[in-house]
Design a protein around this ligand. Structure first.
Ligand code: PRP
Ligand code: URA
Length: 208
């Protein structure tokens, strides 16, 4: 079973309250998604391997560390787009590879509509970005795509998850750790997370 990390950081919890509030408008919503992405990426990269590099300071030489691996950010369109800027602020050299999926409203199954991954993997670590882990269908489909591509180390970085989605992702991909800002109660009959925040794509892009 993969590890589930649910943040208890007070800043994360404070910002999540803003995001959940139905009165928060798209401009503020996008701002908070970006800020939460920064905080979540810090959490999700805490165990990345580093290598030692000597750095000359004005006073001498310091033994410093730099990241060993190339990183890829994999936002799931549309809602994952809002997490890219914040993640890139922390990881400016990361490659960004978009995966386009939408949930069929009736079946709740993910439908793939965009994938421009190159033939061979170009990164050692992939961070899948999507604010919502509901049924888990979109996350599982994205990890399937990345594994078929040849990705070795994949982490899921989200904001709100439902127990159903966590279990589905853990069962399908026990090697993929999951990082969330909150684990909510359940899904409703429409497949929405309760209490959640509503439709993350619509709330970011004003399309409700
Ligand atoms: C939302 C969300 C996830 C997916 C989660 O996307 O951003 O990708 O639903 O649901 P799941 O865990 O049940 O698959 P949606 O399909 O609404 O597309 P959008 O981001 O383009 O609005
Ligand atoms: N997608 C969303 O944007 N919100 C949910 O609650 C579930 C899926």
């Amino acid at each position: 079973m993969s590890q589930l990390h649910v943040s208890t950081h007070p800043l994360v919890q404070h910002k999540l309250a803003l995001l959940r509030n139905q009165k928060t408008e798209p401009k503020k919503f996008r701002e908070v998604v970006r800020e939460l992405a920064i905080l979540m990426v810090v959490d999700a990269t805490a165990d990345l391997p580093t290598v030692e590099v000597p750095i000359t300071t004005p006073m001498g030489v310091a033994n410093c560390q730099k990241l060993r691996d190339n990183l890829g950010l994999i936002p799931i369109l549309r809602a994952g787009l809002g997490m890219v800027d914040g993640a890139l602020e922390m990881l400016p050299y990361a490659e960004v590879w978009h995966i386009g999926l939408y949930r069929d409203e009736r079946t709740l199954r993910p439908v793939e509509y965009y994938n421009k991954l190159p033939v061979n993997p170009t990164v050692q670590v992939c961070l899948v970005l999507d604010p919502m882990l509901a049924t888990g269908g979109s996350a599982v489909a994205t990890v399937d795509i990345l594994k078929r591509w040849g990705a070795q180390h994949i982490k899921f970085v989200g904001l709100i998850g439902a127990p159903e989605g966590v279990q589905r992702l853990q069962t399908a991909h026990p090697d993929v750790p999951i990082y969330l800002a909150a684990l909510d109660e359940r899904l409703n009959e429409m497949g929405y997370i309760v209490p959640g925040l509503g439709d993350a794509g619509d709330r970011q892009f004003g399309t409700a």
